[in-house]
Design a protein around this ligand. Structure first.
Ligand code: FAD
Length: 512
């Protein structure tokens, strides 16, 4: 194994670890920062925020993504919101409570020091994004609004209608563009990393392929940051964008980077059910809908084919409210997903194939009016209608669990560095602070905490010892990596097979 496998958690009480770590970490002085080149692979919320911040600090950054623009990273799909413990609602929230809920949501398997740091930093993220102009929802008074997400008994989720990821990404992209214009960040869109280059046991560069021209290039750096997202698509059907692949992580793994918790997959309870063999993707209906929607199935199997309106109240089973009265419809994702599967396995599932449960807004519409519901979730109702042809203001939505987020990923220590020195991993690509059953609205929180606040403070700890050690892209290790990439690409192009790529992917997904 290359490097060490030590989490390097700073000593001292939980609440003081991050401050004292920063107080004692090594620094790179402003004049020396331009002497370092950093590769950031990925320009979603994690990579974009890291590249922009490192550029602003004065490092020279090369940032890569396979989309035609950083604005199209998968982060754009995030709907529901981002957590922080501002306690604007005065409903008892605190940094400790956000920490504790996150640890509990992670089934007590999380790394406590990282989660505490995350809970502390969450409030800074909101301030940073507001300063960038991210249009978070506001109350009439002007205060930022909050809603509830699963696994919490307070309202701490900040949101921009059902497009929080898109708005956060636009803020992040602005910050990135500023650095591109200033010349500190060089952006390489439509460029895929196909190998990691290791020199003397340290990550010192990558080999890429230009997706338009096919040209293969070598890039040397003082450190490599992977912000390349998750691997939910391994299951074929998931809520992830079709483009999300795990090439970067896999290549790093093949070069000796350790991968942790591969089985920790988050199954999201509220997705549009599978409708047939033709499908290549599943669509999420944000968890925020469970703030106002009530989840139910018929009490009796015999009623499952009846129209929902024909099933009177006493014959309905609001099973989440019945089983988990303190959280009700906002029970954590794993619990809600398991409960939905159970009622469907009992033959009480609704819709084609019996793999669906109702998410019903009738009570909320009666209580608040259709306009209020439209204001809160209008675009989600539109997406639902486009896909199913049903108007959820009139009939309940049908939902079912789907693969959504991967907690597993490349292992990192407290500094977000892998066992491979010089390789840093941030956002969904790392193995996450959160343990097993991650809560909603914490992926955006983690990605932006990593990129805006953690990495810029921990990277110098490594860089300070690397002055003048950047290899040349002509070094033998780069030549070897390029030769391997070239050979692999040529082999794939020569196959001339008769089966489509997708058919292999589907078979693998079904197997998993
Ligand atoms: C439908 C949906 C809704 C969600 N809603 C929420 C929500 O409301 N709240 C929340 O907290 N979380 C939500 N999530 C989860 C959250 O959106 C993601 O976990 C998060 O955005 C991941 O960000 P990231 O920057 O780590 O990765 P991504 O946004 O996936 O970015 C990956 C980047 O890496 C690049 N890349 C990958 N491989 C390579 C390669 N080999 N070479 C070059 N570039 C590469 C890509 O081009 C891209 O720029 C949602 C997820 C989905 C699927």
């Amino acid at each position: 194994m290359i490097g060490t496998f030590d989490a390097k958690i700073p000593p001292g009480p939980l609440a003081q670890k991050w401050r004292s770590h920063r107080d004692h970490s090594r620094l790179v002085s402003p004049n020396n920062r331009r002497k370092f080149e950093i590769i950031v692979v990925g320009s979603g919320l994690a990579g974009g925020s890291a590249a922009a911040t490192l550029g602003e600090l004065g490092y020279r950054v090369k940032c890569f993504c396979f989309q035609d623009s950083p604005r199209r990273a998968h982060s754009i799909a995030a709907q529901g919101g981002i957590n922080a413990a501002k306690n604007y609602q005065n409903d008892g929230d605190s940094i400790y409570r956000l920490f504790y809920d996150t640890i509990k949501g992670g089934d007590f398997r999380s790394r406590e020091a990282n989660v505490y740091r995350l809970a502390e930093i969450a409030n800074n993220i909101i301030d940073q994004c507001v300063a960038q102009g991210v249009p978070f929802a506001r109350e009439y008074s002007g205060y930022l609004a909050n809603r509830s997400f699963g696994g919490a008994q307070v309202s701490r989720t900040f949101y921009a209608r059902g497009q929080t990821g898109q708005q956060l990404l636009l803020g992040c992209y602005q910050a990135l563009c500023r650095q591109i214009a200033a010349g500190t960040v060089q952006m390489f869109p439509q460029t895929e990393m196909l190998d990691l280059v290791i020199v003397d046991g340290q990550a010192k560069g990558i080999v890429t392929r230009n997706l338009r021209s096919g040209k293969i290039d070598r890039h040397a750096a003082d450190a490599v940051v992977l912000a390349t997202g998750g691997y939910g698509n391994v299951f074929y059907l998931s809520t992830n964008a079709r483009g999300c692949n795990v090439t970067a992580t896999y290549r790093a793994y093949k070069r000796g980077a350790l991968f942790a918790n591969p089985s920790f997959t988050q199954i999201h309870p509220t997705c549009i059910p599978v409708s047939g063999e033709h499908q290549s993707k599943l669509t999420l209906m944000s968890e925020s809908l469970r703030n106002d929607g009530r989840v139910w199935v018929p009490k009796r199997k015999e009623d499952r084919e009846k129209a929902p309106g024909e099933i009177p109240e006493p014959d309905r089973d609001y099973y989440l409210e019945r089983k988990y009265p303190s959280y009700g419809n906002l029970a954590p994702r794993d619990i809600s997903s398991r409960a939905a599967k159970e009622v469907c396995d009992q033959g009480r599932g609704v819709g084609p194939g019996g793999r669906g449960v109702y998410l019903d807004f009738a009570d909320a519409i009666k209580r608040l009016g259709e306009d209020r519901i439209r204001e809160r979730y209008g675009n989600l109702f539109e997406v639902y209608e486009k896909i199913t042809g049903e108007d959820a203001y009139k009939v309940p939505m049908r939902i079912y669990p789907a693969v959504h987020y991967t907690m597993g990923g490349l292992w990192v220590d407290y500094d977000l560095m892998n066992n491979m020195p010089g390789l840093f991993v941030i956002g969904e690509a790392n193995f996450s602070d959160h343990g097993a059953n991650r809560l909603g609205a914490s992926a955006l929180m983690q990605g932006l905490a990593d990129g805006y606040f953690v990495l810029p403070n921990t990277l110098p700890n490594y860089l300070a010892g690397q002055m003048g050690k950047r290899p040349s892209p002509g070094a033998p290790e780069f030549q070897e990596a390029e030769k391997n990439v070239q050979a692999r690409v040529e082999k794939l192009l020569r196959v001339n097979g008769t089966r489509s790529l997708d058919s292999f992917h589907r078979e693998l997904g079904l197997l998993l």
